[in-house]
Structure formats: C-alpha cells, structure tokens
Ligand binder design. Structure first.
Ligand SMILES: [Zn+2]
Length: 313
C-alpha cells in the first residue's frame, strides 16, 4: 500500500479555497483573560468592525479597506468589551469587534456589506478574508451563547474570546465549529451534481450535509449521498477543507465512488440532481454552457472539487 503523505502536493488543495488565506499568528497558548484589553491599548492594533452579518469597510477611490485603528473605529460605536482577539499579525494585534452604528447612518466613505457579498465579490484580500472568517465565526458564537447551557446564568467572555466562563456554576464553554461534509460523487466519465432550492439561476453543485455526532467523515459522505441522491458509495477520499463562517462551519470536501447509477433525488432537499459528463461540466466551469448552467464560483470548495475532477487524467 502506498503511503499517501509523500505523494501529496506541497501546496495542499485547501490553500486555494476562499477564506483559507488567514496569516494571523493565533498564539493560542497565550490567551490571557486581559488579552483583548492589552491588544486594544497597543497603538498598532487593527480591528475588523462587524455587525449583523456585515463587515464595515472604508471606501476610497473604489477600493475597500476593512482595517480600522481603535480611534478610527469610534464613530461606529464599537463594543470593545465584546471584542475578540484573533491573534497577532506582522503589524500588531488583530481583533474583531461588534459595532452598534446602524448601517443607514454611515458616512459615504464607510460601507456595511454582508460577509457573503464581501467574499463573492472579492472586495478584500485573502488574508483579510481569512481574518473575517475567524472573527465572524467567533462573534456569531458569542452572540448566540450568552447564557450558560448548564445552569442558564449569563456567562462571561474569557481568554480573548476563545472561551466563556459561567460565574454561577464555573462551567467553561468553548467556541464550536460545525463540520459539514461536501462531496463530489464521480467516475472517470461523469459526476453527480444537485441543485438546491435556494440556488441562483442555473447553478449546480456538489451535495453537502452536516456530519452528525458519532459519525466519521466518510460515513457522513456515504449517508448524505444515499439520502439526497439514492446513490451508494464505495471508496471515499478526503480532498480539502474550507472555513465557512455561516455561521461557524468547516466544510470538508471529499470524493466518492458510486456503486449504482439510478438516482433517486430527495426532492425536499433538492430541486434536481443528475449525472453530468466531463465536457458539460467543463463548460459550466468556464461559463460557456449552452443552457447557461454554472458551477459555484472560484472561492467555493465545491468549485475546487469539481475543477480537480474535470482536470484529472
Ligand atoms: Zn452555569
């Protein structure tokens, strides 16, 4: 049996997906309870202001800049006590901070744009998008986990935002990441793509679903493919992963080998699901399909799964 580690590419496929360009040194061993306070006192501190699923960006000469210094963020009404320390970059500490100013009241030079549009339109560079994924996931977790799940008492942020502590029962709560399996079922000739009910016009993608407690990644890939498409899988291999801050998932991309041909799509989940031959999929990637069918955009891990299969020998 070959040992796959030494055959693996030096730049793994995960490095090419959207939100993967995070360059922050997280310093996870050094998260003291006063680390946010100390970081905010550092004149080099840079902030990503966020609120309600939107990132606040400075607009100048058609370019977007998501980075604010502490003083520059004041007009956005930041809640510094709810800020989280993402880590340290070459130019100092990096934080994500929830802000209170209504987007309607922003000056012309600042825009509040939802995370998905920021990512889809490539408004910020890859390092900033990586920081956005980290900050957005953490702030969303804090916003929905204010109270202790054991005793119901209000909990307090600790460790720079990487923990919540319950002062009543002393339970500690840690940020969660929800694993989602996303899989391209393929033979050398054809692959299985589905169309979700909320997808944009003509879009087909790889199937996906949450990994459940007590399940391996491979078992989840097989279960979801069978449930959604009626296709049983043989071999399953991992390809790449992607941080996905909606609100705090990790997409785990795999390939699966089909054992049967006859699709039985779960029409509660999917509008359509069918086999596509390689040439047709290539035209979908290149936006030249005769019926204007398309695959997901470049930053999406589904795009990379599909592209890797189309380009395979
Ligand atoms: Zn408690």
């Amino acid at each position: 049996m070959t040992f796959r580690l030494f055959d693996a590419p030096l730049r793994e496929p995960s490095q090419f997906v959207g939100f993967a360009g995070n360059t922050i040194d997280r310093q996870s061993e050094n998260r003291a309870d006063d680390s946010v306070e100390k970081a905010l006192a550092d004149t080099r501190a840079r902030l990503l202001p966020m609120h309600g699923g939107r990132l606040y960006l400075k607009l100048s000469d058609g370019n977007f800049d998501p980075w604010f210094d502490v003083a520059g963020s004041e007009l956005l009404q930041p809640s510094f006590e709810q800020g989280v320390l993402l880590g340290v970059s070459d130019s100092g500490p990096v934080l994500a901070v929830p802000v209170g100013l209504d987007p309607e009241q922003l000056p012309e030079t600042i825009k509040a744009i939802d995370y998905r549009s920021v990512y889809m339109q490539g408004l910020i560079d890859e390092a900033a998008a990586g920081a956005l994924a980290q900050g957005a996931a953490l702030l969303a977790w804090h916003a929905s986990h204010r109270f202790c799940s054991k005793c119901g008492h209000e909990s307090q942020m600790r460790a720079g935002g990487y923990k919540r502590h319950c002062p009543n029962c002393s339970t500690e709560h840690f940020p969660r990441t929800d694993p989602v399996a996303i899989m391209l079922t393929a033979t050398p000739e054809k692959c299985l793509l589905g169309r979700g009910r909320h997808f944009g016009p003509g879009m087909y993608s790889a199937l996906a679903g949450f990994i459940e407690p007590g399940e391996t990644i491979e078992a989840a890939v097989r279960r979801e493919t069978l449930e959604e498409a009626g296709i049983r899988l043989g071999r399953v291999v991992y390809h790449a992963s992607q941080p996905w801050p909606f609100p705090y998932s990790l997409m785990i991309g795999c390939f699966g080998e089909p054992l049967n041909d006859d699709i039985q799509a779960d029409l509660n989940e999917l509008e359509d699901c069918r086999w596509f031959f390689r040439d047709e999929v290539r035209s979908m990637l290149e936006r030249t399909h005769k019926d204007n069918l398309v695959t997901p955009p470049k930053g999406a891990i589904a795009h990379h799964l599909i592209r890797a299969w189309v380009d395979s020998e």
